[in-house]
Design a binder for this molecule. Structure first.
Ligand code: MF3
Ligand code: CO
Length: 236
């Protein structure tokens, strides 16, 4: 899983480097796919429940599962990339949200709060804790910054499958769910918005957008719980 996730992180970094005004989102997908070929890994999302591309590119009010295509990135956009691979039987999964050129101060604040909430969640991934300690920590940071947590999507266990038990909501009271133990591997992934948390799915059957059109953000790491504590596998 360390190897799979290192590759996820490397490819995401390469794709992030391509982000600038005037780039088509399908160019980001092509880059991700090309890196998979070069490195001999399988893009985990392509074909997953019929998802057609290697990477998800979600812009502004799009929360997750945006499908790359001819759409052009423009200055001021907030772009979430979500990407996973399968390598040697194991999965890696990570997401990052990045600004295109100059973005609004609200966008910058949403980014910062969402990334901080991911690390607050990871800080609760410790032996003897309970799963929803992670959920609660994420929600506390996001709502403390004045933003909202998406309810309809969750983090997840990950390993020999992309999505394993347990589900990890990004909200709710602490102290519930499985006891956290050495050897667990979780994909922790806050999905947030600047307004109300309700979403709807576009006609493509995939793209989740906020109902009120407010900006959304998404950060994700695959994290292993070791004797030494939480180890972020999808970070370079
Ligand atoms: N990236 C999602 C996750 O983090 C899964 C994507 S599903 C796909 O769990 F079909 F869009 F690939
Ligand atoms: Co995930």
């Amino acid at each position: 899983m360390e190897a799979a996730n290192r590759i996820v992180a490397e490819i995401l970094e390469r794709v992030v480097e391509k982000i600038r005004p005037g780039v088509e989102t399908r160019e980001l997908d092509e880059a991700a796919e090309e890196h998979c070929r070069r490195l001999g890994v399988v893009p985990a999302f392509k074909g997953y429940r019929g998802y057609p591309r290697a990477i998800c590119v979600s812009i502004n009010e799009e929360v997750v599962h945006g499908i790359p295509g001819p759409r052009l990135l423009k200055a001021g956009d907030l772009v979430s990339l979500d990407f996973g691979v399968k390598y040697n039987g194991y999965y890696g999964d990570a997401a990052i949200t990045v600004p295109v050129g100059e973005v609004s101060s609200q966008a910058r604040q949403l980014l910062k709060a969402t990334e901080e909430s991911l690390y607050a969640g990871i800080a609760q991934f410790k032996v003897g804790g309970r799963l929803t300690d992670i959920s609660h920590a994420v929600q506390t940071v996001v709502e403390g910054a004045g933003f909202g947590v998406i309810r309809e999507f969750v983090g997840h266990g990950i390993g020999r499958s992309l999505h394993e038990d347990p589900q990890i909501p990004n909200f709710g009271p602490p102290g519930r769910g499985p006891v956290l133990q050495v050897g667990m591997t979780l994909a922790i992934e806050p999905m947030t918005c600047a307004g109300a948390w309700q979403i709807r799915i576009l006609g493509d059957g995939w793209t989740a957008v906020t109902q009120d059109g407010s900006l959304a953000a998404h950060f994700e790491h695959t994290v292993a719980l070791t004797e030494e504590g939480a180890l972020i596998l999808s970070r370079l």
